[in-house]
Design a protein around this ligand. Structure first.
Ligand SMILES: [Zn+2]
Length: 229
């Protein structure tokens, strides 16, 4: 099912989805200009202040997530044993091995790294670039994926859309590598991008909206459009 046309159609939807975000279509031109100026300023600040620290931040963030994954190891189950596995296999036609390695765990609380200092970020650094220390909190999250492990908040194991979304993240980790995935995510967070504007999330939400109406190859799609992430 890795045809060019199916991937191409998804691309169109991805672009549309990005286009109809409220920030893109409901703001006035002036408000948009102000927003763009703020984003440019934020990007400059990242280059000056955050960029030199990004490698260290990534190391701590990865160490934290590895630790969480190890801690939960006994509680994780192979996704291959989940009822959705058979249904979702067709979206990974070339890479059944990857899907076979995915594990999930139902948890009372999703991994949460507390104050930014815990992952090597000064709260002062965040406030100096106009961000809140809580930028890494996503209170409404139902799941978090690290590499091939999906942590699911209790009561959501039957949530199909959520699982599909998280599998797109698994594919993104696979294509980009853990470091590049996290650096791109951090790049958007540090730019003050709202959750729904984070590019890795935009792609996952777009594909999540699309999978029920057609079949496509998730990994092929991520590979083809990784430059947009
Ligand atoms: Zn997501």
């Amino acid at each position: 099912m890795n045809t060019h046309s199916s991937v191409g159609t998804v691309k169109v939807l991805f672009m549309c989805s990005a286009f109809i975000l409220p920030l893109s279509c409901k703001t006035t031109k002036d408000a948009k200009t102000v927003l763009e100026e703020k984003q440019t300023l934020a990007a400059q600040k990242i280059d000056e202040i955050v960029a030199p620290k990004l490698d260290a931040i990534f190391e701590k963030l990865q160490a934290f997530l590895v630790e969480q994954t190890e801690k939960m190891k006994d509680k994780t189950k192979p996704f291959a044993e989940h009822p959705l596995f058979a249904k979702f296999s067709k979206y990974f036609p070339q890479e059944q091995d990857l899907l076979n390695q995915v594990r999930y765990a139902e948890v009372d609380e999703l991994p949460h790294w507390g104050p930014p200092e815990k992952i090597g970020i000064d709260s002062d650094l965040l406030t100096s670039i106009g961000l809140q220390p809580g930028i890494f909190d996503f209170p409404g999250a139902l799941a978090i994926t690290f590499d091939k492990t999906i942590f699911v908040k209790k009561g959501n194991l039957e949530n199909e859309d959520m699982f599909f979304h998280e599998l797109v993240h698994v594919a993104q980790y696979n294509v980009l590598g853990n470091k590049d995935f996290m650096l791109r995510y951090l790049r958007d967070v540090f730019r003050g991008t709202p959750y729904e504007g984070i590019k890795l999330e935009q792609m996952a939400y777009s594909l999540e909206q699309y999978y029920k109406s057609t079949t496509f190859d998730v990994l092929a799609y991520v590979r083809e459009y990784q430059a947009d992430l």
